[in-house]
Every structure is written in structure tokens, then in C-alpha cells.
Design a protein around this ligand. Sequence first.
Ligand code: IPM
Ligand code: MN
Length: 372
Amino acid sequence: MQHRVAAIGGDGIGPEILAAGREVLDAAGERFGFDIAWTDFDLGAERYLDTGELVTEEDLQDLSQFRAIYFGAIGDDRVKPGILEKGILLAIRFHFDQFINLRPIKLLDGVSTPLANKGPEDIDFVVVRENTEDFYVGIGSHMKGAHEKKVLEVARNLYTIKFGLDVETDADEIAYQIGVVTRAGAERAIRYAFDLAMARERRVTSVDKANVLSDVYGLWRDVFLGVAADYPDVATEFNFVDAVTMWFVKNPEWFDVVVTPNMFGDIITDLGAMIQGGLGLAPGGNINPAGTSMFEPIHGSAPKYRGKDVANPLATIWAGSMLLDHIGEREAAKAVLGAIEQSIRGGFVTRDMGGTRRTSEVGEHIASLVME
Ligand code: IPM
Ligand code: MN
């Protein structure tokens, strides 16, 4: 059996952590009888600085031939924040309509959490982050001299609707950004969360801010209640996003599946990463169940550690395990996660986790554990 997988190392520590991950996935293939045919894509700051290209139509065309993309990290000090993130990472998520961002928050055996008196049995939930809507749709503007125009017309073709806003303003300089929730967009994410909960502890928490942003998240809640009615065996609750940051710290054991719009999902999964032991341990999958999905660590490119072989590859290796699961190699996926845990228990970890091992050594070690 052969799987074709696209690989994007990207910037900073991206290429190193991805190399470690690939070594582990190749080992899993050897052990479980499949082969991964990798195709490298040279996307990132270097190419952007050389050619001005981010992700091109041709890249997207080529990437569309793959069911899975294995992604390192993006971001570079020489490029203004937002250019690479929006032009590469978000461009891929949106182009392939990867409407789920799946982020497990699980404290692995042997990892320490900053939460007092909490252990692996307490911290084990999954955040389903809607990944194509909300404040990430890119509708916004920043203008000076607005008082002369008096009226802002907001139109946008993304959903081929005209927002039809006539905003009177006295402000001279003004910026705005619009969040969009559609019934269909919310429904597919929420349904995914309920399906997932059916295979877990059957509890779904919706995280929103419907008490203030009542249009967008009022619709979200409406959809949530509608979907919940199809799953009578699943317990449900609503949490406001400010409150949930408190509950994640105080009672993480309460959560099973958390479903949330895009921006809150971004924010609360960094908090989740910390309670599961740090950003070095937090993986994510950008999923389109019927298309091209992309698996990555949720941390960034840490440019100052670039080329030093010190970055923690565990989030990337774990994302690789999610990739294997996604392409149907369930046993291999479990074995990779098991090997990560074994490596941690044995103290074979990088500096950030209190060890002395290098990125490449951790990759080699986990690859050898997978083969055993
Ligand atoms: C993440 C990142 C991205 C996001 C950025 C880099 C665009 O923070 O994957 O969480 O906001 O989604
Ligand atoms: Mn983030």
C-alpha cells in the first residue's frame, strides 16, 4: 500500500521538526506495511523573498492531488507579520475548505502540567475549531480621511452578498473587520463535533460570546441546538469564551468535545496547549473529510532556534499520528502516539521538557520505538 503525502517544511524550525516527523512516519510504514511517497513543496519566507510568491495557483493545483499535507511552520522575522500566515497557511486552509481544525488537548503520561493536582486522567478533551468563517474571512479595511467620505460602503464578494452597510462616522481614521457565520458553515463543524462525541464521552460544549456578539453567535447557538436535537444521547452545554478560559484551568476534566468558532478556537487552544504541557506538545489537523487535509503543530516557526536542532518535534510527530489516522492507518497512528509517550517516560526529550536530546535524536529514537 502506498500513500502519497505532500510535505511543506516552511520557515524557522519547520524543516527540522518536519524531518523528524517524516522519519517516524516512514518507520511506522515499515512496521505496518505501507509506504509513504513524499512530495516536497518549497513554500515559505525564502521563496517569498526571492520571487514574491506565496502559494501560487499552480502550487494549489499540485497540492490538490494529495489527501494529506504534512506541514512544519510558517513565519519569518524578515517578513511583516500576516503576509506568510495569510498568504500560505490560511490560503491553504481556505482553498481546500479545511473546515475543521481538530486540536486534541491531552496530557500525555509523564508530561507535567502547570495545573496543580491534575493528571492525564483529568486532561483529555478535543477542541473542534471551525476553520473557514468568523473573523478569519478577511473582510475588513483600514482607511484614513474617512470623515471626508462620511459613509463607508462595505461590500464583499466572498459569499456574493452585499452587506449593505451605510455607516456614518466622524472618525478620521477607522478600521473594521467583519465576522461571518453561515448556517451551513456552523452546521458542518458542529455536526462533526457531535459525531466525534458519539465515539467519546458524549458531551459537547459550545464556546461562544453570544451575550455580546449576538448576531453571529446567536446563529451559531441556533444551529447548535438544531444539531443537538439529532443526538439525544449527547449531553450539551454552552459556555462563554471568557468563562471557558477559567474552567479549562479549574476543571479540565469536565470537557470532552468543545466546539467553537474560528477565532475563539485559536485563542483557547493556546491555553489548551499550555495545560497539556506546552506548545511543543500540541498538534492540530485542518480537515476536509472529502478533500485535502493538512496536519501541523499548532506552534509557530521559532526563527531564533532555526537550524540549531533543539526544537521539540513532538507536536509535529503527534500531528503525523493524526495524519496517519486520517489516511486510514489507525494502528500505525496509535503506535506513533504510544512511542511518543514511551520516549517521554524514558526522559528522551528536548530541552524545553527538561531533557538534553536534540530534535533529530528524538525523531530517530521515536522512529526506532515505533519499529519495535
Ligand atoms: C494557529 C495560528 C494561525 C491561526 C495563524 C498563524 C494564522 O495561530 O494555527 O493557531 O490563527 O489560525
Ligand atoms: Mn493560534
